[in-house]
Design a protein around this ligand. Sequence first.
Ligand SMILES: [Zn+2]
Length: 103
Amino acid sequence: MKKDRNKQTIKNALRFGKITNVRPLTSSCYETCEWCAKEIAYGDAALTINRHIEHMDRTKSYPDGVVTVDQADVLLTLCAECGNALDVDALKHILAAPIRRPR
Ligand SMILES: [Zn+2]
């Protein structure tokens, strides 16, 4: 049951582009897990799923290319335990699905 709710959370995060965390934070934590609401403290491992708008350039210093991130948005933040439970293959499948655009 919880797994289905987690999948829905991922779908909503992708659909709306961003989940806003409104929980108050203590001084020792900088974020809360968006699945289990556990506080994530500075120094704790965490998993984030991000949306980057970026471009690649080639320069003399970086002839193989260097990426510049123009905009970054955090779509989902999970504690280490929830992050380890994330079904990465299912997420890749959702992200790789073709988008049906209105005609
Ligand atoms: Zn968690």
